[in-house]
Write a protein that binds this ligand. Sequence first.
Ligand SMILES: *Cc1c(COP(=O)(O)O)cnc(C)c1O
Length: 816
Amino acid sequence: MMTLTPGAKRKTAAPKLGAVPAALLKRIEREAGSDAAQAAPAAWMRAVAKACRGELEERLNETMLADRASGAKRVHYLSMEFLMGRALGNALAALELDAPFAEVARHAGVEPGEVLEREHDAALGNGGLGRLAACFLDSLATLGVPSFGYGLRYRYGMFAQRIQDGRQVETPDDWQSLGDPWEVPRHELRYEVGFGGHVTAEDGCGRRWEPAQIVHADAVDFVVPGHDTRRVSVLRQWEAVAVRPLDYAAFSRGDHFGAAHDKVAAESLNWVLYPDDSTPAGRELRLKQEFFLVSASLQDILARHVGEHGSLDGLGDKVSVHLNDTHPALAVPELMRLLLDEHGLPWDAAFAACLRVMSYTNHTLMPEALETWPVRMFEALLPRHLEIVYEINRRFLAAVRLQFPGDEELVKRVSLIDESGERRVKMAALSIVASHHINGVSALHSELMVQTIFADYAQIFPGRFCNVTNGVTPRRWLAQANPTLSEVLDERLDGNGWRTDLDRLAELAPMAGDKSLQAEVRAAKLANKERLAALVRRELGIAIDPGSLFDVQVKRIHEYKRQLLNLLHVIARYQAIVANPSANWVPRTVIFAGKAASAYVAAKDIIHLIHDVARVVNSDPRVGDKLKLVFLPNYGVSLAETIMPAANLSEQISTAGTEASGTGNMKFALNGALTIGTWDGANIEMAEAVGREHFFIFGLLTEQVAKLRELGYDPRLYVEENLQLKRVIDAIARGDFSPGEPQRYRALVKSLLERDTYLLMADFAGYVQAQGAVDRLYTDGAEWDRKAILNIAGMGAFSSDRTIRDYARNIWNVAT
Ligand SMILES: *Cc1c(COP(=O)(O)O)cnc(C)c1O
């Protein structure tokens, strides 16, 4: 047995450690329960996390006490998804323990990066919408906005993606397998959430819901630290627990499964995040999850308000509830039910309070992605809420008839109930009618929102609709992901103030022509490309050249995002290289990553085709280093943090009018990539901030897309008149990339030639031309570097701090 004599201890903490690192080491040793030098990286990770956690909890208590004392209005951000990623690196930076930690780790002979990489990503979200929520929490904390995020604590998050024989295979994401060092259970917070049952009339004509099933909602907190402040925000996640976890009588009879019935029924609410961000899962369990989230959250919010203010008075002045898309839209009828049935408010007062509290963000214009629920399922699960929805609708439609007399078509269109087939509740309509503000997420999207899907509602409530362009947190997406470039910025911008004041980046613009700055930015990029190349070699066994142009498209695989258009260009380039290998090619590495929803066949076909093309291209001796194609599996926040800083070219090529905003586009530009993109989503505002001449813009505009579709789009015409495109399509159709199964891409080719819903054929020529401009600029190194610096300099407005300030001022009416 090893004894820790004072002498032995002094030996571990060598005298050269400063006071802060020495204290940190002591805490790590206490948590690791052993000699730090001997602990495995995973044990280090947990120990360091716990060491941070103590301080975070202290800050949480301080923040809560301060907010209670000040009585300031709080923001409550309700979201079914929070794509948080890893937490340790961010916590260390926020606590200003990153440098001491690195020192302690190296002192003990442990590589700091090794420790940080032991942590699992908390991938409790699908993509952009969930990552936005995570960036917002960082900014809410940093700006000191009194706030809570509310979500569900999924046992399994976004599925892990593996590639087998070129195909995506989904496996469960067991993110808590090493335990969760961050969870702060709130045993004192427990609410009852009901489902099913029926409604009874009370004396005095009140209504009371008697649910058939009740589960407990237990709170688990995750502390979100602010940067350059002691303030924090908190992500409160609900866990469902059976009221009676074990049926003792059944167990005693020997019916062990039956004895656990209630436990399984309750806990299933937390099992999985539904793996699709654009269509309702259509399952009863998803609807139950959504209600579980909003019911527990609103009970918590009202309990806090009553606890602090003694009554529900002033709710609208003190409480803001924001709906991240319509997934938490049941918050509207649930708040009404709580106010009417539990607190006895009259209808008008309850609805006025609801309208002052609620606001809603729309994230998509695709009508098929707007969430609706069958009335029958809704009624079976939430009978009282359906009554409330009907009453909201009755009063709303009466008001519409007064405002637009005789327009029964309008009344039919705007009704909260879709009567066209099986009757369904329209969750976006419900959110709009009960919210004081409704926002889109980029200027174009917000404009199209009121011109297309919500045109009728915009006519009825013209003052409610507004825009708040998305943003990303520079702490994670620049300071943490790209320490090499950050060091250059610290040097040039007089310290690290840019991390909390991203407009400071504009000071780089006048220096963009400076040769030494160009060299520093280029060297940082090269180091990041080497880091990514090492990852590619480790993961895929493929050698890629850090000197080649890294051309990157990473995001969910979706037809509208047009990964296939990118791939068509890769094939065209491959064919051109083979036809003329000795021409002066600019070497390129094309990098893809992204997950396809498990039931989305067309998206999975694209992943398969990328792998088939990669096999052919990467093994063709005529091509060599001129072109490489790689697909990195299991895209997520942590992988993005390695990929983004290494990109030269950012692919943002959605069909104009389909990408609501995009946030990947912002992360890339912030890290010095140039963008090749369509006039879509936030690309537009980015190009305007940076200067259009520093962007590679191509493709049809939104109006041209609409007009072309209206006139009758025929993709074959484009193929017939473009020989290059024809050769590409023919090669796929012939099975050049799938010789063992020449018909493999028949459906894909047929869909391109007959429908081409997202107009790839129409945009192909423009895209290839823009790629030619990319090649030419890359050969002029200095000019490329100058533009890269100008792109970074123009990104100040795309900090989520600016986004949160916009919400605070224009929607939530809170101070920042
Ligand atoms: C930023 C981000 C997204 C969103 O990417 P888009 O290109 O805007 O679709 C999706 N997933 C992860 C992991 C991200 O970090």
